[in-house]
Design a protein around this ligand. Structure first.
Ligand SMILES: [Cu+2]
Length: 341
């Protein structure tokens, strides 16, 4: 994190001696807040409350389902203004939840809406977005979105304490594949514990129709030694090896690929029996490359498009063999083309 540390934020933003509960009171105007550093004023009032976490709209699933995450898009609650503008409202709640990250292996995660990764937030460029964030976890958190937005919507300095709330308001810009994650220090802990998700901004003229899949590449340090014991796509090691993704010969497929893997410098995606058209970051509709392997550092994304020519089972996996062997491996089950009578 460049610029101000959280400690500096607390020092400048609050009367001396106040903790996070005090921060909450100050920000709600119950006590006079000290002046903010330049550029850190809040045109939109924060909703820190400082109250104890009270479960509200928790909708934790019974179990993590990477297949569901693969095709679930949260388009928010849509309202239209008189001039035809689209506003989308999302509710994202952070809370702590033990999840199963490999068969029989539990991990004490910090989640957005009860899954790791959190919901895939989706919209169209130019939409007005309001993300109602509630922190019902035991630690301070935030939502840092990638993309263009005002400084106080960046989720870096406006740290939301347990029991607190914050509304992120922004106009979706530009189109592309982005991500969001908590930006509270120590960052690698808040990310690796599970606070991240994909953020898709569609172009105004939609991409061509395709079967669309979200793959968030992640990992888990289950023994807290600063290294990952398990690697995964959408949160459970080897899930798509045990549950192949059904495709059809001739069917256009689009993968929104996000790398949020902590501790390891790079990650990758390799497709068997095929090549894909690569759109780095998804911010252009012109492809940069046709390949079968792409490498991403943490936070990088790309859109992949491909169509299978042959039926059968085809692997996809990290081309770091170690990652593949520790869970980052899946299968496509490509079925013959549907017969027409
Ligand atoms: Cu956090």
């Amino acid at each position: 994190m460049s610029g101000l540390s959280r400690r500096q934020f607390l020092r400048w933003g609050l009367p001396a001696g106040l903790g996070l509960a005090g921060a909450a009171a100050a920000a709600t105007g119950k006590e006079a807040a000290a002046p903010m550093p330049p550029g850190m004023a809040h045109p939109n009032p924060t909703q820190y409350t400082g109250a104890r976490p009270v479960p509200t709209e928790r909708q934790a699933p019974d179990a993590m389902d990477p297949m569901q995450i693969l095709t679930a898009f949260d388009y928010g609650k849509v309202t239209r203004s008189s001039n035809g503008g689209v506003q989308r409202e999302y509710t994202v709640t952070a809370f702590d939840l033990e999840i199963e990250v490999a068969k029989g292996v539990k991990f004490p995660a910090w989640t957005f809406n009860g899954t790791v990764p959190g919901p895939t937030i989706r919209c169209t460029e130019g939409d007005r977005l309001i993300i109602h964030f509630r922190n019902e976890g035991a630690h301070p958190h935030s939502i840092h979105l990638h993309g263009i937005h005002p400084a106080n919507m960046d989720g870096v300095f406006e740290i939301v304490p347990p029991g607190g709330r914050y509304d992120y308001e922004l106009t979706a810009d530009p189109f592309g594949l982005f991500l969001y994650h908590c930006h509270v220090m120590p960052l690698k802990k808040h990310i690796h514990k599970g606070l991240y998700g994909a953020f898709i901004v569609d172009p105004k003229t939609p991409r061509p129709p395709a079967k669309e899949l979200v793959m968030v590449m992640n990992g888990f340090d289950t023994d807290l030694d600063g290294k990952n014991e398990f690697y995964a796509v959408n949160g459970i090691a080897n899930y798509f090896a045990d549950h192949p993704i059904p495709l059809q010969v001739g069917e256009p497929v689009r993968v929104y690929l996000v790398n949020i893997l902590e501790f390891d410098l790079i990650n990758s995606f390799h497709l068997h029996g095929n090549v894909f058209t690569l759109f780095r970051t998804g911010t252009s509709l012109t492809s940069s490359e046709i390949t079968d392997t792409v490498m991403l550092c943490q936070g990088e994304r790309c859109v992949l498009e491909f169509t299978y020519h042959h039926p059968g089972r085809f692997m996809f996996h990290a081309h770091q063999s170690e990652f593949a062997e520790l869970g980052w491996m899946g299968m496509f089950d490509v079925r013959p083309p549907a017969r027409t009578a």
